[in-house]
Write a protein that binds this ligand. Structure first.
Ligand SMILES: *[C@@H]1O[C@H](CO)[C@@H](O)[C@H](O)[C@H]1NC(C)=O
Ligand SMILES: *[C@@H]1O[C@H](CO)[C@@H](O)[C@H](O)[C@H]1NC(C)=O
Ligand SMILES: *[C@@H]1O[C@H](CO)[C@@H](O)[C@H](O)[C@H]1NC(C)=O
Length: 335
């Protein structure tokens, strides 16, 4: 009965989400999550958009890997992987959490959420030749809301709980730390004697790129219950690196505690589709190459005739005519 990010994702990415969430018989969102939506008119649309962008970003970042962030309609959008404790689970939590924070922070500055605005606390002089002004994206509101809304889907006190919360926070922290200052010049005839600056969110692609690197360097952790048995509760709730020679994970790091399945073959138990039928690149030595993607099973090659509009010309006025070009494309697919 845990309401996790995935089940709320599923609910919210449904195009009919507005009715569904407000339908009290559907208990997929916790009472707290529904209260937060009521208290912040306009935010549901933003959360939903953020989750959809996160799903697209996940698929893009992993498009060339054995696990390519598959999703399925139904109550379990990302499938069984969200109930595991592997790197892929870590990425899903981080990117969905980042997506919500990113979208909410932007919606605040666009004026589409009634309870927040641009971050106007950045005011006054900022440096010798510039001052704060304009409309900064409201990352503080986005982070606070994300902590309340996304994290409240996690229950328990176990390792999985700590891992999910850590990765949710890593997603939000990444959005925050990738923010950039943008400035506009004022002054006589374009001279830049005075500048007005504000803070702008990164693109979600930039966030996805950073999180994908963190996925590759994720830390394997275990429950930090070593040491004194008089440790406080806060001390008990701590993740430690599995290898004591490693540094403890920083707030930016993704953490996991379980080895990933190999994602090579179909497994109903693990919920993996396998890579049979996936397109691979026969000349690449990397993860998208046929050797690695097909897990050594080999691949078949077929040609496909594709017709495209080409050589388009503009005729005055106003239509465009194109020719049809047919060429053959060679496709490689894993066996
Ligand atoms: C396949 O891999 C090679 C080598 O990495 C690369 O140059 C080429 O662009 C790739 N082709 C496609 C269709 O991605
Ligand atoms: C495109 O159009 C030009 C001019 O009509 C022609 O010379 C050329 O061969 C065409 N190319 C293709 C690929 O059809
Ligand atoms: C190109 O193909 C489309 C659809 O197959 C067809 O309707 C159109 O007439 C073709 N155009 C030319 C210039 O052959």
């Amino acid at each position: 009965g845990i309401v996790n990010v995935a089940s709320s994702t599923n609910l919210l990415t449904d195009s009919k989400s507005l009715q569904l969430v407000l339908e009290p018989s559907l208990q997929l969102l916790s009472r707290k999550q529904r209260r937060l939506i009521r208290q912040n008119p306009g935010i549901l649309h933003s959360v939903s958009g953020g989750l959809q962008s996160a799903v697209r970003e996940c698929k893009w970042q992993f498009r060339n890997r054995r696990w390519n962030c598959p999703t399925a309609p139904g109550p379990h959008l990302f499938g069984k992987i969200v109930n595991r404790g592997c790197r892929e689970t870590a990425f899903i939590f981080a990117i969905t959490s980042a997506g919500v924070t990113h979208s909410v922070a932007r919606s605040c500055s666009e004026g589409s959420i009634e309870s927040c605005t641009c971050d106007y606390r950045r005011r006054g002089p900022g440096g010798p030749d510039w001052h704060w002004g304009g409309c900064s994206d409201n990352i503080d509101f986005g982070r606070l809301f994300g902590r309340e809304f996304v994290d409240s889907g996690e229950k328990g006190r176990d390792l999985r709980f700590l891992m999910n919360l850590h990765n949710n926070e890593a997603g939000r922290t990444t959005v925050f730390s990738e923010m950039r200052q943008e400035c506009k010049c004022h002054g006589m005839s374009g001279s830049c004697t005075v500048r007005t600056c504000w803070m702008r969110l990164p693109t979600l692609r930039a966030v996805g790129d950073v999180l994908r690197d963190r996925f590759d360097g994720a830390s394997r952790v275990l429950y930090g219950n070593r040491g004194s048995n008089r440790a406080s509760r806060a001390e008990l709730l701590r993740l430690e690196p599995e290898d004591p020679a490693h540094k403890p994970p920083s707030p930016h790091d993704l953490v996991y505690f379980e080895k990933s399945p190999n994602f090579c073959t179909y497994s109903g138990r693990l919920g993996t589709a396998g890579t049979a039928g996936r397109a691979c690149n026969s000349s690449s030595p990397a993860l998208d190459g046929c050797e690695l993607l097909c897990c050594g099973r080999g691949h078949r090659t077929r040609t496909q005739r594709v017709t495209e509009r080409c050589n388009c010309t503009f005729h005055w006025c106003c239509h465009v005519s194109c020719r049809n070009c047919t060429h053959t494309r060679v496709l490689h697919e894993c066996l």
